[in-house]
Design a protein around this ligand. Sequence first.
Ligand code: AMP
Ligand code: TRP
Length: 332
Amino acid sequence: MSRVLSGVQPSGDVHLGNYLGAFRTWVSDQHRHEAFFCVVDLHALAQEHDPALLASRTLETATNLMAVGLDPSVCTLFVQSHVPEHPRLTWLLECTATFGELRRMTQFKEKGGENESVRAGLFTYPVLQAADILLYDAQRVPVGEDQRQHLELTRTLAIRFNHHYGETFVVPELAVPEVAARVMDLQEPARKMSKSLSSPLGTIGVLDPPEDIDHKVRRAVTDAGTAVVYEPLTKPGVSNLLELLAAANGGDPKELAPGYTSYSQLKRDVSEALVELLRPVRERHLELAADPGHVEAVLANGAAKASAVAGATLDRAMRAIGLLAPRGGFSV
Ligand code: AMP
Ligand code: TRP
């Protein structure tokens, strides 16, 4: 069975962009592949974070992943920092990547690459991500469109390592959904919906109650004119709503457009569709939140399963690059 790996940062509330861009694919992938999903808490350290909140956010993010439908009896769900192979492989890969490659990463540039006081970890962030993926021999990485460049770098590093040190890593493929690969902020449709940057009104949380979802959709910024057409460049607001409708109910955003004669009609249907889409997520979350010990047990089990796979890959990579193996191997 082929392997899948993906990750999410525990840096805030899980939103509709995460759900449609990534988690829905994770949920279907877990039945078709051997799947590993991690909460990437080490990545969260690359930007300003609140140490008093990080641990609880990590647990909450894992709880949300189970609420959206990850089933620990068929997939491996774990926390990145619980598996020490991740930072260990990162060093090897950092000595494979170049300064120029990392400097060109758009996420680094957007999040403060020009600023002298930016954390060095933000610069090397994509290398840690490459380690996350390569440790599991993942063939497939289901993510939103914003991760395309990071995946390209991962492929480059894997190919380079294999070339210099012998076949060690599987070269992974990106998997982005056909619709809603890039969900936009409802208030600023030129910007992607995100945990850190968006306005509260522009972001729909997966746990938002129905009245909040309805309020946010009704207040969504639409575009000049009154026609409902799918044209992301000239009509980003309306096009985003059409994508949300298509993602929630199925169908093609372009073909859905002619069925509407007004923005308010479209918003009503989008609101209903999203409320129904997220209803089971809220319900499952209520049950899971009542028993945090259960989620912690799932994570402990996940870390043990992940470590067994990651340890073997790390050992292979350390030997391939020429390090002296200790008795018993590198990953004991
Ligand atoms: P993050 O919250 O940045 O850790 O992202 C977790 C996953 O959600 C990644 O696969 C992202 O590509 C995806 N994602 C985040 N924001 C969006 C968005 N606005 N639209 C689609 N996918 C997204
Ligand atoms: N950088 C990704 C994001 O911000 C999160 C991530 C970390 C990830 N490691 C990963 C995604 C490995 C896929 C695979 O969304």
